[in-house]
Design a binder for this molecule. Structure first.
Ligand SMILES: Nc1ncnc2c1ncn2[C@@H]1O[C@H](COP(=O)(O)OP(=O)(O)O)[C@@H](O)[C@H]1O
Ligand SMILES: [Mg+2]
Length: 401
């Protein structure tokens, strides 16, 4: 019997087998060859894009559904097969996929379109900054027409820029009426928000949603089968217990059947189990994975927030008194150093309230005697964590203090 703790760690390391066979299959970008329970949706998308194989413009298409309902996966799956089919027929098509949420601004969406259509390799470029939206759009549409490109433009998470600028959507949905010489754009919009259409200009709505498709959330039962499928691809034999799979499905199915949540939970659970040197992913690993994910939530929210929100957090972290005036002043100077126009005080107050709800900052109202009352703000997470969350955003090259 060996009781030396160091020794038993070493023994563990020798005796345990790895659980995960293919880590990549557990990432959010992975698209499995076969998507269960999405036959109807897959056929509908395939049907909608198919005219492009005969050189005709496909109808514009709008997909709706809660996060994790398989929208992006279905579109990627169909467009990948479409590219293969077009190649085998010797017909040239261009598929451009842009995520509006990652792009963050409508202009960045245009910039990415310019990159991905090849416009920026020749022609009148759409630069990273400096053009008006209208001019950028014209350059893209001219290029498509001049080159007679047959384009399917997928704008994913389109709801995140809706209301900020319908100009893009309007121009692209209407583009085809103006394009007479063989080039065209078929637009596929994907929205996580079911009420997205209400935010749009009615003129855009009518042309954008020539066809619509709603993705329903998965049931717990379906999530279970999706997970079981993924387990076969990503794990070694018997590396995940059935109970663990069922628990992941049940937890991810709780508010709305979110396949991304289910797979994430499984991945974190598996990492926990591997770290422990466990022989199998079990229910307890799923439970601690959920705790870890809950704890990381504010951190992830900050990482994915807008530049202005990040500046506000930085301003609060660097403030001495934390009062409204001081925070706004620091915020404005951060904007200045990044050559960005600051938002109004009112908008900043709204951002602070949102951050409060997320648990990233705390605010309290303090009395200042006869000077009345003022708000005091503090960051609620360690400054190191904040720096880590902001670190990889290029806007912070100069601003990190
Ligand atoms: N029917 C399915 N079968 C297998 N995996 C799926 C299925 N639906 C979604 N997924 C997986 O779940 C995750 C989230 O799906 P995604 O398409 O990104 O959802 P959405 O775009 O609706 O938010 C992805 O990793 C995807 O591969
Ligand atoms: Mg998606």
């Amino acid at each position: 019997m060996n009781n030396d703790p160091v020794d038993s760690i070493f023994e563990n390391a020798i005796n345990t087998r790895p659980l995960i066979k293919d880590r990549q299959a557990l990432t959010i970008d992975y698209v499995p060859e076969k998507l269960q329970f999405r036959d109807e949706e897959t056929s509908a998308v395939a049907q909608a894009v198919s005219p492009i194989l005969k050189g005709r413009r496909p109808s514009n298409l709008l997909l709706f559904g809660k996060p994790g309902s398989g929208k992006t996966a279905v579109v990627k799956n169909v467009t990948e097969k479409l590219i293969k089919k077009a190649k085998s027929l010797g017909s040239e098509i261009t598929i451009v996929m842009v995520n509006a949420k990652t792009a963050k601004t409508p202009y960045r969406v245009l910039f990415e379109i310019a990159q991905k259509t090849g416009l920026n390799d020749e022609g009148r470029k759409v630069h990273f900054t400096g053009l008006s939206m209208g001019e950028a759009t014209i350059r893209i549409l001219e290029f498509i027409q001049r080159k007679k490109l047959h384009v399917i433009l997928v704008i994913d998470e389109i709801d995140s820029i809706a209301g900020k600028d319908d100009g893009i959507l309007y121009s692209f949905t209407r583009a085809n009426e103006k394009m007479s010489e063989g080039g065209f754009v078929g637009l596929i919009g994907i929205s996580n928000s079911l009420t997205f259409k209400e935010k749009l200009d009615p003129r855009v709505t009518s042309s954008l949603s020539e066809e619509e498709l709603v993705f329903n959330p998965y049931t717990v039962d379906q999530l279970q089968k999706i997970l079981a499928d993924r387990v076969k691809i990503a794990f070694y034999d018997r590396a995940v217990s059935d109970a663990a799979i069922n628990l992941c499905a049940a937890m991810a199915g709780r508010d709305h059947g979110d396949a991304r949540k289910a797979i994430n939970l499984l991945r974190v659970a598996a990492e926990n189990a591997e770290m422990e040197g466990a022989a199998q992913v079990e229910e307890k690993h799923v439970k601690s994975a959920q705790e870890k994910i809950d704890k990381d939530l504010p951190y992830m929210a900050l990482k994915n927030s807008t530049t202005h929100t990040k500046f506000v957090v930085l301003a609060i972290a660097n403030a001495k008194t934390g009062n409204t005036g001081e925070v706004y002043q620091i915020y404005a100077s951060l904007c200045k150093s990044a050559e960005t126009d600051p938002l109004t005080q009112r908008r900043v107050t709204q951002i602070v309230n949102d951050l409060d709800l997320l648990g990233l900052v705390t605010t309290e109202v303090v009395s200042q005697g006869r000077y009345g009352r003022s708000q005091r703000m503090r960051v609620a997470v360690p400054v190191d964590k904040i720096k880590e969350a902001l670190g990889d955003d290029p806007s912070f090259a100069n601003a990190l203090l």
